[in-house]
Design a binder for this molecule. Structure first.
Ligand SMILES: Cc1cc2nc3c(=O)[nH]c(=O)nc-3n(C[C@H](O)[C@H](O)[C@H](O)COP(=O)(O)O)c2cc1C
Length: 177
């Protein structure tokens, strides 16, 4: 049952140094290309980075919260052409999360590194930095980088009694009928 996958889902930021197999990589590639997109514009581009030095550089994209990309077997940069679709952020985010769920289904761990709206340092934003590291042209915007690899940490799924049931509303906001 798909819900079981969600019950176990957690962000994983520690990875063994086992590389992914070609089969795992091709499953991940097929999965993202099956992501839905608004008006089927498919504005996204996915850059699979396995090269250790490049991953190390990507892990410096922002001062905090991207360090795990250095250890992940693959860092997938999810970017898009906004001229192609006004809701490119939604399109990218759906594809990025499909990537994460597919990784989990393969028995792998993953975590999202937010790039859009984040700063690299006082003078450079994280998008410009990643663009430079990965040779991404100016017209593409970068939403996130997903780090994927064999998990080197164990995390329990969130317990059911911690779910924020109050965030579910019926018929109208706050109404409980
Ligand atoms: C849009 C988005 C941006 C995120 N950005 C980062 C990030 O930059 N670095 C990071 O370590 N985790 C990031 N995360 C992972 C969240 O921190 C994580 O999902 C949250 O703490 C809940 O933990 P869980 O995924 O284990 O349930 C992001 C998640 C989402 C959905």
């Amino acid at each position: 049952m798909f819900l079981e996958l969600l019950r176990q889902r957690r962000s994983i930021r520690k990875f063994t140094n086992t590389p992914l197999t070609n089969t795992q990589l091709s499953v991940l590639q097929e999965a993202v290309l099956r992501a839905p997109s608004s008006r089927s514009r498919d504005p996204w581009q996915f850059i699979f980075v396995t090269d250790r030095q490049k991953r190390q550089a990507l892990s410096q994209a922002k001062p905090h919260g991207a360090g795990f990309l250095a250890e992940a077997a693959v860092a997938v940069i999810v970017c898009a052409d906004p001229r192609c679709c006004d809701v490119w952020i939604e399109d990218c985010s759906i594809a990025a999360f499909i990537l994460q769920l597919t990784a989990q289904d393969l028995g792998l761990g993953s975590c999202w590194a937010q790039i859009r709206c984040r700063e690299h340092d006082d003078t450079t934003d994280a998008e410009s930095y990643v663009r430079r590291v990965a040779g991404i042209p100016e017209h593409l915007r970068i939403d996130a980088i997903i780090g994927i690899g064999e998990a080197d940490e164990e995390k329990e799924g969130h317990p059911e009694d911690e779910l924020r049931q109050e965030r579910i509303h019926w018929q109208s906001y706050r109404s409980d009928t």
